[in-house]
Design a protein around this ligand. Structure first.
Ligand SMILES: Cc1cc2nc3c(=O)[nH]c(=O)nc-3n(C[C@H](O)[C@H](O)[C@H](O)COP(=O)(O)OP(=O)(O)OC[C@H]3O[C@@H](n4cnc5c(N)ncnc54)[C@H](O)[C@@H]3O)c2cc1C
Length: 370
């Protein structure tokens, strides 16, 4: 599809976030919405996500985002005509240290108050669920039966398909090379296919968000960090298992992500300790992708400071897939209604101050759930 010369909203990036925003804007009746994707829809870091969805977050805002995702995924096939492959198989966190348990207890109190089904169980209960689990060094486990996983590609395609049906244009193979700003306001974008004038431009560029921010002169505290996932062979007698070393590395780039097979030994050793039966499993392959991290692990959503009409929906760390439904809805409300219906101050783009570039080391060697 050729790109138009004008738009009411230009969205840079056709990942799960950009497509969700396009869908929600179109659903709210916003005309002339254009998504510009330099490759193909969903080919960015969305294609590397494991698909995990959990309501177990530390803040009220993020828990509410997750609960909305669970609701959307339950009704996804009817709403979007694509089966998202949603499986509510639960999340089981294993705890071996007291201090860790205290942290979980505080978060669980908040999660339960907001209606999340989550509980602390004994190591024996955990083993009853996963008989192959080694539990002699555990003090507890946390079980969230509502949690699960779904297909990032299917969900992204669902958003894109309905966005198009509702009138949004999604143009693939076009790169935004400049953002026009005059008098402190966005005027449009320049691309490899020409110019588009637009009063609103949304940065949904995933791991490339900081670079796209610079096109408008806005520092954006998003730091792409590499994460590996290995997978075992799928055999009848053993479910396929995904293994990750939980590494968070700066590989100094935000596009191509080479695999480092040197990570495999350490990953397997850790996994065999927890599930000794994996000693018999064969590693069938793996992949690596970039997680768009921020200094405080929270996304950046809202109007960019200093440039009217420039919006940010970036920095989704290891949870951009699962928070895409609510992000799209909130950004659409912001644009159509002038403000979102929820307090989104947690994601305030101005919270890192003027020099967003200085905070990238906060993530060195920091593991997390996805
Ligand atoms: C190994 C791994 C496992 C993960 N597991 C999970 C998980 O279990 N659950 C979960 O919720 N999240 C997970 N994530 C995180 C998740 O993948 C991201 O948070 C999410 O995909 C971000 O989506 P996005 O749309 O912002 O980014 P992207 O999918 O990267 O989309 C941005 C798009 O912008 C395009 N773009 C960039 N610059 C330009 C430009 N100048 N012009 C035009 N187009 C441009 C890119 O080509 C790209 O397609 C995981 C990530 C990794 C790496």
């Amino acid at each position: 599809m050729d790109q138009p010369k004008t738009a009411s909203v230009v969205i840079i990036g056709g990942g799960v976030i950009g497509c969700s925003i396009a869908y929600h804007l179109a659903r709210r009746g916003q005309r002339d919405v254009v998504v510009l994707e330099r490759e193909t829809v969903g080919s960015g870091t969305t294609s590397k996500a494991a698909g995990g969805i959990r309501a177990q977050f530390p803040t009220e805002t993020e828990i509410r985002f997750s609960l909305e995702s669970l609701r959307v995924l339950q009704n996804f096939t009817e709403e979007f005509g694509i089966d998202p492959g949603f499986k509510q198989i639960g999340y089981l966190f294993l705890i071996s240290e007291e201090e860790n348990l205290r942290g979980f207890e505080t978060r669980i109190a908040l999660q339960r108050r907001l209606g999340v089904d989550v509980r602390i169980i004994t190591p024996k209960d955990a083993q009853a669920m996963v008989p192959a689990l080694r539990v002699d060094d555990l003090i507890a486990a946390v079980w969230g039966p509502q949690d699960g996983l779904a297909g990032p590609a299917e969900v992204t395609q669902g958003f894109a398909k309905r966005a198009r049906e509702l009138g949004a244009r999604i143009v693939e193979g076009v790169e935004v090379t400049a953002i026009d700003v005059a008098g402190g306001k966005v005027r449009g974008v320049r691309t490899t296919q020409g110019d588009i004038s637009a009063p609103i431009v949304i940065n949904a560029a995933g791991p490339t968000a900081a670079r796209v921010g610079r096109l408008a002169g806005v520092p954006v505290a998003v730091f792409p960090r590499r994460r590996h996932i290995f997978f075992t062979e799928f055999r009848k007698e053993m479910e396929q298992v995904l293994l990750s070393p939980g590494d968070v590395e700066d590989i100094g780039q935000d596009q191509e992500v080479p695999m480092d097979w040197g990570k495999l030994d350490e990953t397997v050793t850790k996994a065999v300790h927890r599930l000794p039966l994996l000693e018999r499993a064969k590693i069938a392959g793996g992949w690596a992708g970039l997680r768009p991290l921020t200094p405080d692990d929270h996304a950046i959503i809202g109007p960019a400071p200093g440039v009217e009409g420039f919006f940010l929906a970036v920095g989704f760390c290891g949870h951009g897939f699962q928070h895409s439904p609510m992000t799209g809805r909130m950004v659409a409300e912001w644009i159509v209604d002038g403000k979102p219906s929820m307090d989104l101050s947690l994601f305030d783009p101005a919270r890192f101050g003027k020099d967003a570039r200085l905070s990238g080391d906060a993530h060195k060697d920091k593991p997390d759930a996805e």
